[in-house]
Design a protein around this ligand. Structure first.
Ligand SMILES: Cc1cc2nc3c(=O)[nH]c(=O)nc-3n(C[C@H](O)[C@H](O)[C@H](O)COP(=O)(O)O)c2cc1C
Length: 190
């Protein structure tokens, strides 16, 4: 194998999260196009143990209400709860990433979460490559009952967070991603 120039390699290195996005969003047809590609992520036994839910409009407000409720139940004051309520309003489109655990004698739950996370990573990369601003976010309330209820999750489902999606604001510097010190993250056993 030679180190040929690769569009994929460059796209992976170029991807950056956008914490601020504009109101423009991809439509459902575009999300489905990207998801068809992301769905090819490695998946032990082909269980497809995941689904993605688009949250637009008032659904984001219901999610904010659930965030605020969970915060209040955890002892947050009114200001902190209000801050939680506004969090889903940071983008016009949130893609909730759900792991849908399948009954399987050989594929454990952690493997199914890994497969679902793979889809989410690919989807984030594809959104970035298509020119959208995207950022995968979670939070303390991610696995709470009120938040699960907003999404209509089943008993064998759990959230892996949300990909916040929008347009890219002008004037944001997009620096190439720093990579890790491979001496700490890579080794060879023979
Ligand atoms: C499962 C998951 C949850 C995350 N949750 C948050 C979050 O709640 N808040 C946050 O600032 N970053 C969160 N991140 C990290 C961002 O998505 C992003 O990777 C980080 O800001 C670094 O930016 P970069 O993607 O440009 O390297 C999360 C990442 C993953 C994989």
């Amino acid at each position: 194998m030679t180190a040929e120039p690769s569009r994929v390699y460059d796209a992976v290195l170029a991807r950056r999260s956008y914490s601020k996005v504009t109101p423009e969003t991809p439509d459902t047809a575009e999300i489905e196009r990207l998801l068809e590609a992301a769905a090819t992520a490695a998946d032990h036994a082909g269980l497809a143990p995941w689904r993605v839910i688009e949250l637009r409009g008032a659904a984001r407000e219901r999610l904010g209400d659930a965030f605020a409720r969970v915060a209040m139940e955890g002892g947050a004051d009114a200001d902190a709860a209000e801050s939680q309520r506004r969090k889903p309003l940071r983008a016009e489109l949130l893609l909730a990433v759900v792991v849908s655990y399948r009954e399987s004698p050989k594929v454990e739950r952690w493997e199914q979460e890994a497969a679902a996370a793979g889809v989410a990573h690919l989807l984030t990369l594809l959104l970035d490559d298509a020119g959208w601003g995207a950022m995968w976010r979670s939070g303390q309330a991610t696995r709470s009952a009120p938040v699960a209820a907003v999404h209509g999750l089943g008993v064998d489902e759990a959230l892996l967070g949300w990909i916040y999606v929008g347009g890219r604001p002008d004037g944001i510097r997009r620096e190439r991603h720093a990579t890790v010190d491979l001496a700490e993250h890579h080794s060879v056993l023979e």
